[in-house]
Design a protein around this ligand. Structure first.
Ligand SMILES: Nc1nc2c(c(=O)[nH]1)N[C@H]1C(S)=C(S)[C@@H](COP(=O)(O)O)O[C@H]1N2
Ligand SMILES: [Mo]
Length: 263
């Protein structure tokens, strides 16, 4: 086992070296990297795939992320990325306190759903105190409450050819001269069915604030912060990711970040 772990480190280091040749500087939008195609992109993609496969090999599919006690919540969850979406559809919902909000569950399901917040709150819930790790280098312990994604997927009845879950968000990210694109993210069905993967509507005992993704955001506790899409508008069950965005499975992934951001 220890040998395998050393090998895993080596793989991760290789991925890190490949990544460090790019000016990846955290979660602020930047421009040039969108033009970065070709060889660097391929090296990154190969390292990314390797990291995913090695981590999946070594990882117990149900391993839980550490959970903490109330006393370890030292501050509010630090808002990052989009914190106040200005998209008209979002503003309209926000103005009515999200009473008209519906989460769509679509794609490879037998029973597409459209769930209100009340319906989501009436489903089985889970509360967990976990540590959020942003790729920028800060962490925050917070208490999240929501419905396990697995419950929603069971309700919708996922079809056998499904492999990934795509999270669509209301907020658009500004890319300067390249215009703007909607934030999106994706995870595989193993993470989607993980017991700590929840669609959160509560933070530290209160309704999820706008700054942290109101009315609904996902928590994927074994991965980095950028995987945890805020401002969810829809969940799509799919068999491949190539048709979304630039095909790498997420807004930050399309700018060069790892798709599998396991921690
Ligand atoms: N829709 C959306 N989701 C998002 C982001 C974003 O900008 N838009 N930023 C991501 C990043 S980089 C982080 S660290 C976390 C921040 O969540 P928080 O604001 O609750 O701390 O949300 C992630 N999910
Ligand atoms: Mo982040």
């Amino acid at each position: 086992m220890s040998r395998l772990l050393i090998n895993r480190r080596r793989f991760l280091t290789a991925a890190g070296v490949a990544a460090s040749t790019l000016p990846l500087v955290g979660c602020d939008a930047f421009d040039g990297i969108l033009q970065n195609r070709g060889i660097v992109r391929d090296v990154l993609a190969a390292a990314n795939d390797l990291t995913y496969r090695v981590q999946r090999l070594l990882m117990d599919a149900d391993r839980l992320a550490p959970e903490f006690g109330e006393s370890e919540i030292r501050q509010g969850q630090r808002p990052n990325g989009s914190t106040d979406p200005t998209d008209p559809q979002y503003i309209a919902l926000q103005q009515q306190d999200f009473s008209e909000y519906r989460l769509a569950i679509a794609g490879l399901v037998e029973k597409p759903l459209s769930l209100t917040l009340t319906e989501l709150r009436n489903m089985p819930s889970r509360t967990q105190i976990t540590r959020h790790d942003c790729v920028e280098g800060w962490s925050c312990v917070a208490k999240w409450t929501g419905v396990p994604l697995s419950k929603v997927l069971d309700e919708a009845k996922v079809k056998p050819d499904a492999r990934y879950i795509v999270f669509h968000c209301f907020d658009r990210m500004n890319l300067g001269l390249s215009g703007s694109v909607a934030y999106y993210e994706s995870i595989d069905l193993i993470d989607a069915r993980h017991p700590q993967t929840i669609l959160a509507y509560g933070l530290n005992g209160k309704p999820l604030p706008v700054a942290n993704g109101a009315p609904l955001r996902v928590r994927v506790e074994r991965q980095l912060g950028y995987k945890m899409a805020k401002y969810l508008s829809a969940i799509e069950v799919v068999s491949e990711l190539s048709t979304f965005g630039r095909g790498n499975g997420g807004f930050w992934e399309d700018l060069g970040y790892d798709w599998y951001a396991g921690i």
